[in-house]
Design a protein around this ligand. Structure first.
Ligand SMILES: [Ca+2]
Ligand SMILES: [Ca+2]
Ligand SMILES: [Ca+2]
Length: 584
């Protein structure tokens, strides 16, 4: 077994070594061509099936309202003279801007009605915000929220992260003829879209600091509707061990005024795991874990083990909102559950490279972690330049085009936040409009937008090229405005190397590449035609804010590159000794 892996397995990580087993064959149809000659080495970043996906992330309530009958516009209007109603809680900001912390009508129907739009851009998966039942009113405690004003007071659970019943869909999402199972089924069968379930394990709803408890805030219900926990609007330190309804909660505050779950209570673990398994059974293909760092590793290890006991190899990634790679990488270790993470350190670098700062491409080098083994497998990380938590990318159209060209070619599984295909609410933070309602008018506009056009091009390139999905990344040069790197995939069933050339400058750039390139006929994916590499060098120009991807469908023959790959293999092999031996 070691011999077949020797070659390469990557400086990356130990997980990949198991993929080198000769018995591990993959018959998927997206394999590169040229399978005639069995190569002596195996070079692959990851065999994780999710590496082939590209994820479009929607805040479901803010995407498209496809069914007015589930908007519940009068919800909460009967409480305290209507001040805690849940629908359309609007804030005006400066310069015509606005934000909203109420429900705005987006639902499963609106998502399904626009699935073709998502598929056409080149995405293969949709991540939706949590689908579970949230409180039926705005929160009447906490710090008041306003435009650009952080707080939960007056905010609703439109985002889904304030669960009160983890087994029931929030009433704003389904339609009479479209529940979660039906949505998943239709997205897959008709549009080839997988789904990511967003789960919470850290907390329920806002649960204390209110003048009085209203609606279902602070409560937790079982699948059959039985009340199983109630914070009773008490500060966590005031909860009592003598009150059974307090047993599922921790005794100290954690995030905001949210009820913090007691991860050491087996009943709590059973409750949550049971709900996750229920939704997976209804068709969720992967899980994104909210606030993962706010619950100890042992909890996630238990959750992952129990899910994978039923669904072997199930892919999960967590939101550990931190820019220290060593910190967030802890989640990726098998002993902590083997959960991939959203790549916040690379997000920070992308924000700097493609936003107002226009930092050089070299900014990314410290965040890529290609060969240092910090992450269990760096190729499994979910990469993004913005989402609902962070400020939207503050860039002009060219910056967004540059960002997408990088995101869809660099290592990792790309995730794009709804609306970024047209620079929607660019530069905005939460409560400044970053989560505003998108709607079909914007979807129509987006299809004519230059960001959308360039995104579609590069997303389809990634979809077509296995090397961009799972190939080992070898950097050639990361400069001020240009980057050049290889993505190398050599397996027993075929070989493909992609040379990625990026230019975020305002003028055409003439790349003069020598070294690391293998001789042969490379196919230019953007400009078209064939480029012949001889003497391991290539001269080629890439337009301003442009991209070229050249593909070689044969084993690499460049001595310098082959030596480099072999050196990485030796390192991976020695790293393996004594650390993870039971897997080999
Ligand atoms: Ca609706
Ligand atoms: Ca609700
Ligand atoms: Ca916690």
């Amino acid at each position: 077994m070691h011999n077949s892996c020797t070659a390469l397995a990557l400086a990356i990580s130990l997980a990949s070594l198991s993929a080198c087993s000769p018995n591990n064959t993959n018959n998927s149809s997206d394999k590169p061509v040229n399978a005639d000659t069995a190569p002596p080495r195996v070079v692959i970043g990851t065999e994780e099936p999710w590496a082939s996906e590209a994820i479009y992330f929607v805040l479901t309530d803010r995407f498209v309202d496809g069914d007015k009958s589930n908007n519940f516009e009068q919800q909460g209007a009967d409480i305290d003279a209507g001040q805690w109603h849940s629908f359309n809680r609007h804030f005006d900001g400066p310069e015509g801007r606005s934000a909203n912390v109420g429900y705005m009508g987006g639902d499963f129907k609106g998502l399904l009605n626009n699935a073709q739009y998502i598929q056409d851009m080149g995405f293969t998966a949709v991540w939706m915000t949590p689908i579970i039942d949230n409180p039926d009113a705005a929160f009447n405690g906490g710090d008041p929220v306003g435009y650009d004003q952080w707080g939960d007071g007056g905010k609703t659970g439109f985002h889904g992260y304030w669960g009160v019943n983890f087994y029931t869909l929030d009433e704003h999402l389904p339609s009479a003829d479209l529940d979660y199972r039906q949505l998943n089924s239709a997205l897959k069968q008709d549009f080839g879209l997988k789904t990511v379930l967003d789960i919470v394990g850290n907390h329920g709803s806002p649960s204390y600091t209110a003048p009085r408890q209203i609606s279902n805030f602070g409560k937790l219900f079982a699948k059959d509707g039985t009340l199983i926990a109630d914070h009773q609007n008490l500060h966590p330190t005031e909860l009592s061990d003598d009150q059974p309804l307090h047993a599922l909660y921790n005794r100290k505050p954690d995030v905001a005024q949210l009820s913090d779950f007691n991860e050491n209570n087996p009943a709590l673990v059973d409750y949550l795991v049971g709900s996750y398994l229920q939704w997976i059974d209804q068709g969720a293909n992967a899980i994104r874990i909210d606030t993962i760092k706010h619950v100890p590793h042992h909890f996630w290890k238990t959750v992952a083990d129990r899910i994978r006991a039923v669904h072997p190899g199930y892919f999960m990634f967590g939101e550990s909102w931190n820019y220290d790679a060593a910190f967030i990488a802890e989640h990726t270790k098998p002993e902590n559950g083997g959960v991939s993470v959203l790549d916040f350190p690379l997000q920070k670098a992308m924000f700097a490279m493609f936003g107002q700062a226009q930092a050089p491409y070299s900014e990314a080098l410290n965040a890529l972690h290609l060969n240092d083994g910090i992450y269990h497998n760096v190729y499994d990380l979910v990469t993004f330049y913005d989402n609902h938590d962070v400020q939207r990318l503050d860039a002009d159209d060219k910056g967004f085009i540059d960002a997408n060209n990088f995101l869809f070619t660099v290592r990792g599984i790309p995730q794009v936040y709804y609306g970024s295909e047209m620079g929607f609410e660019r530069g905005m933070k939460e409560h400044q409009g970053s989560r505003n309602y998108y709607g079909e008018d914007n979807i129509k506009q987006a299809q004519k937008h230059p960001i959308h056009q360039a995104l579609t091009r590069v997303a389809h390139l990634r979809k077509k090229l296995p090397a961009l999905q799972r190939g080992v990344q070898v950097n050639i040069a990361f400069e001020e405005n240009t980057a050049a790197f290889l993505r190398i995939l050599e397996t027993e069933t075929g070989q493909q190397t992609a040379l990625v050339l990026l230019n975020k400058g305002d003028s055409e750039h003439a790349f003069a590449l020598s070294g690391l390139l293998s001789n042969g006929q490379w196919q230019a994916q953007v400009q078209g035609g064939t480029q012949t590499v001889s003497n391991h060098s290539l001269d080629i120009s890439v337009p301003a804010h442009g991209i070229e991807v050249l593909v070689l469908n044969q084993a690499n023959n460049n001595p310098e590159l082959v030596a480099l790959l072999d050196a990485l293999a030796t390192k991976a092999s020695s790293d393996t000794t004594g650390t993870d031996g039971q897997n080999h």
